[in-house]
Write a protein that binds this ligand. Structure first.
Ligand code: ZN
Length: 582
């Protein structure tokens, strides 16, 4: 039939009710197109005009079968044909939207495999640091922002600031209780470090919590003091719990709370789109809000939902496994089950002492091996992809030990244990990760954003940290995990860091772990899809896959390496629909 009709006639035929053809899954049509270079037969396989044709682009598909292209067509939210401009442009029909990319670069949409997507904080709280970029601020600016907030709140109510970074202060000295006393002596004041493990309090807060210079440090936390033994306002980890029950906090009705959650999801989704992220692995979050925002059309990225607590327990109780859901919202792995401390705040569990610290300190293991082993086995047996937060080599070893045992007791093909952070590796760990097909989600933006914290580890440890080169060489599909809010989530900042290993301050650490631009893009796209077992539906520009892609104003392969992060995201497209345009 196709041979005897012009393309236009064929389209007309389908429009008047060639039901059999219309009902054919577009996915199958895509497959046909992919293996058929001749446009005539491509037209024949299509059931309607493509929704979108993009041409005159430098397309890096991340599909090894056809790595480069100039154009593609999208139908029903999926790529249906990919090839040369000369071949694809002609597929456009009357109702087809067309986009002349004017030689801009197109890559698959980026995936962030570890993100605490805190939209309500971004939207409703006082941000005393820049969540997205390296920016130095003054203590005076922090005080001023919080003062403005205090004026709106009755005395005794908490005034809080978020996204503080202790190494991004122009003052070159730490924030103190005395600084925060300038905000208010009537309100308790807290400034939270973006890393999530330390906070800074004013005198009123310390007084309400009955913390004095004589208060002993509790297990797992500290009330820090200055050289004279006076409280300086910095409080770490578990010591912060004394502030939970004191002071007034704003209260919300259930309706208000739900509204804030929805607005938070919609807001962060916009931010993701702005930076080119089309898929994000969410560490928990309000599942209802995510679904409602999607229903109202404001979800601009695809969610791999990582559960813990009640949600995880209900999944196990009701038999819901990883992969349940659809192309927009799907249960992925568990959220990070914590085995050790933090990289940026220098508490991760190392097999060697931290350089230059007396008495010798090797970081914190936060769970006993037996407990970890039992948890891993339980989750694995339930058919849920296991995910542990393991930063230091000691913690990674503990997790692998637990998983090796679970897999032996209850073998599951293609289990892909996820390792969140997986920061410091050694040869033995790499061998065992490869044997299990482990999927590490590693810090990406840190190599640029956090070089001011690398001296605490030193070059010898940094050579084995965020070891993308070593893992790729071993055949392990390392993926990107920004850990927002601790790390900015901009994929291009991550790619620049992976390629250069040079930070904002011009210092270079672990240059042996550099990867190529192409590898860095792969880490942020197809490897991310692999981490959530979705590599057959996304992660590359391949016929049949979801049409998620990013148009970049410049080509990261050819711009100066230290300018990759500054490339404009001209357009972010999810399922063929533009969700961001510069
Ligand atoms: Zn995290």
């Amino acid at each position: 039939m196709a041979g005897r009709h012009s393309r236009r006639e064929f389209m007309g035929l389908t429009a008047v009710g060639a039901a059999g053809i219309l009902a054919r899954p577009r996915f199958a049509a895509g497959r046909t197109l992919a293996t058929t270079p001749v446009p005539e037969s491509a037209q024949a396989a299509s059931s309607a005009d493509p929704d979108l044709v993009v041409f005159n682009a430098k397309v890096y598909t991340m599909d090894p079968a056809a790595p480069r292209a100039e154009a593609f067509a999208v139908s029903g939210g999926r790529f249906v044909a990919i090839g040369r401009t000369a071949d694809i442009k002609g597929l456009a029909g009357k109702r087809t939207r067309t986009l002349d990319a004017k030689q801009m670069t197109i890559v698959p949409g980026f995936t962030d495999c570890h993100n605490h997507a805190g939209g309500t904080t971004l939207l409703y709280e006082v941000l005393v640091g820049n969540p997205f970029e390296v920016e130095f601020v003054t203590i005076a600016s922090i005080v001023e922002k919080l003062r403005a907030k205090a004026r709106q709140l009755p005395p005794g109510t908490w005034v809080e600031g978020y996204f503080h970074d202790d190494t991004k202060l122009k003052d070159k000295r730490p924030l103190t209780a005395r600084d925060l006393d300038q905000v208010s002596t009537e309100h308790p004041v807290a400034v939270r470090h973006r890393g999530g493990h330390t906070s800074f309090y004013n005198s009123k807060a310390l007084e309400l919590a009955k913390v004095t210079k004589d208060t002993p440090n509790p297990p797992g936390g500290t009330f820090d003091r200055d050289a004279n033994g006076e409280l300086n306002g910095r409080v770490t980890d578990r010591a912060r719990s004394v502030f939970n029950g004191v002071g007034q906090r704003p209260t919300f009705t259930p309706e208000q709370r739900a509204q804030r959650e929805r607005d938070g999801v919609a807001h962060i989704s916009k931010q993701f789109a702005r930076y080119g992220l089309t898929s994000v692995h969410h560490e928990g979050g309000d599942l209802t809000a995510i679904q409602e925002v999607r229903a109202r059309g404001d979800l601009h990225h695809r969610v791999s939902y990582e559960s813990s607590g009640r949600v995880l327990d209900s999944m196990m109780a009701s038999g819901i496994m990883s992969g349940f859901g659809d192309e927009w919202i799907k249960f992925g792995a568990t959220s990070e089950h914590t085995v050790d401390g933090s990289f940026s705040e220098r508490t991760m569990a190392l097999s060697v002492p931290y350089p230059g610290i007396q008495p010798p300190y090797k970081g914190n293991v936060t769970e006993e091996q037996d407990e970890l082993t039992a948890w891993v086995e339980k989750v694995h047996r339930a058919g849920i992809q296991v995910n542990c937060h393991a930063n230091g080599d000691v913690a990674i070893d503990m997790y692998l030990t637990a998983f090796e045992r679970a897999q032996k007791l209850a073998p599951r093909p293609d289990a892909r244990p996820k390792i969140t952070h997986c920061t410091l590796i050694n040869d033995d760990l790499v061998r065992r990760m490869k044997a299990l097909d482990a999927v590490p989600a590693m810090f990406t933006t840190y190599a640029y954003y956090n070089t001011d914290k690398f001296p605490f580890y030193g070059e010898e440890l940094m050579k084995r940290s965020m070891a993308f080169r070593t893992l790729l060489d071993a055949g392990i599909r390392a993926a990107a995990g920004s850990d927002f809010s601790p790390g900015p989530f901009a994929p291009l900042m991550g790619i620049q860091g992976m390629v250069t290993r040079t930070g904002w301050d011009g210092t270079t650490w672990g240059a042996n772990q550099r990867v190529t631009v192409d590898e860095a893009i792969r880490i942020n796209t197809i490897n991310g899809a692999y981490a959530s077992k979705e590599e057959t539906i996304k992660g590359s520009i391949t016929a049949g896959k979801l049409a998620d892609f990013v148009v970049l104003a410049d080509d990261p392969h050819t711009v100066a390496r230290d300018k990759i992060k500054d490339i404009t995201i001209a357009r972010t497209v999810v399922g063929g629909e533009t969700v961001h345009q510069a």
